[in-house]
Design a binder for this molecule. Structure first.
Ligand code: FMN
Length: 318
């Protein structure tokens, strides 16, 4: 199952490990790349020297291509762009806007640019700005999300652009992967499933929460403030919901109060394993994620399952 996109990215399998702030470090990204997928280091709001160090560590751990996700709203964005270019990173994925401003620089360094979008209009704009491919992320996904689902967005974006489309959000096994291909995707990006990979260095409490989660156990906070985030429901989400309701019923809502509740919360989940006050970002597909495996096992299982499903369905519809 090799696609043109795989060839362009220099990877064996059409599977990308999604960027995850505080989570997707050199350890995880290199393990995914060594297993034939594309590992992505998340830069989030990290300073340039931290990102550079992660890139260098990944280069030591793998000779396969890997990418870096650049959060365009980061206060360190200019320095991170420079670091990525200087360190010879092959692929950049971007979030929170258009990378148009940096496109010339990325081109000069031969970097493949893949923005993450959550609507057809944004996908069109990214293609116009020179993107090589697009990641379409549905609101089933863990972390910051848009309003539409993967199922409805992927075919509409596939029809709207002529660059390859990568489906993200709600894909947890070979069935989801095969479905994404049926919708016209050239590859898939997974986040939640990789949270429980052996090489994922998050706190075991966070992993256990993902393994235990049922289909209905995630919730979305921040709808009203315009920054919706999907996480596993806990004390923090209940506190946030209550504060959000209180503030939005006021004439002058105190959005800073809401921001203060969320500040540092992902770190508390990832590093401290704080299941009450931590933000355990995770997708709805957590309900399907029941086993800790190595990245190699996850990728091999995704590949064999998707191929089996595609073959079975072919027969079913004759
Ligand atoms: N996407 C980004 O573009 N940048 C991020 O920093 C980022 N952080 C995330 C943190 C966590 C803990 C999770 C679960 C997701 C994050 N995402 C981020 C989204 C993932 O890259 C990916 O697109 C998403 O998880 C795919 O959906 P799934 O969770 O259903 O597999």
């Amino acid at each position: 199952m090799q696609s043109e996109l795989c060839e362009k990215l220099g990877i064996k399998y059409p599977i990308i490990q999604g960027a995850m702030a505080w989570v997707a470090n050199a350890e995880l990204a290199s393990a995914v790349s060594n297993a034939g997928g594309l590992g992505i280091i998340a830069s989030g709001h990290a300073p340039e020297e931290v990102v550079r160090e992660q890139i260098r560590q990944a280069k030591e751990k793998t000779d396969q291509p890997f990418g870096v996700n650049i959060m365009l709203l980061s206060p360190h964005v200019e320095a991170v762009v420079n670091a990525v270019c200087e360190e010879g990173v092959k692929v950049v994925t971007t979030g929170a806007g258009s990378p148009g401003k940096y496109m010339k620089k990325f081109r000069e360094h031969g970097i493949i640019v893949i923005p993450v979008v959550a609507s057809v209009a944004l996908a069109r704009r990214m293609e116009k700005d020179g993107a090589d491919a697009i990641i379409v992320e549905g609101m089933e996904a863990g972390g910051h999300i848009g309003k539409l689902t993967t199922m409805v967005m992927v075919p509409q974006v596939v029809d709207a652009v002529s660059i390859p489309v990568i489906a993200a959000g709600g894909i947890g096994d070979g069935r989801g992967m095969a479905a994404a291909f049926m919708l016209g995707a050239s590859a898939v990006q997974l986040g939640t499933r990789f949270l429980v990979a052996h090489e994922c260095t998050i706190h075991q409490n966070f992993k256990n929460a993902v393994l235990k989660a049922r289909d209905i156990d995630t919730t979305v906070t921040g709808q009203i403030t315009g920054h919706p985030v999907r996480t596993i429901r806990n004390k923090l989400t209940r506190l946030y919901d209550k504060a959000e309701k209180e503030e939005t019923s006021k004439d002058q809502p105190d959005f800073e109060r809401l921001e203060a509740i969320g500040k540092g919360a992902l770190r508390r989940a990832v590093i401290d394993g704080d299941m009450d006050a931590g933000s355990m970002m995770s997708g709805q597909i957590a309900g399907l994620v029941k086993t800790e495996q190595s990245c190699e096992e996850i990728i091999q299982e995704l590949m064999s399952e998707s191929q089996t499903v595609i073959e079975q369905q072919k027969k079913a519809f004759i």
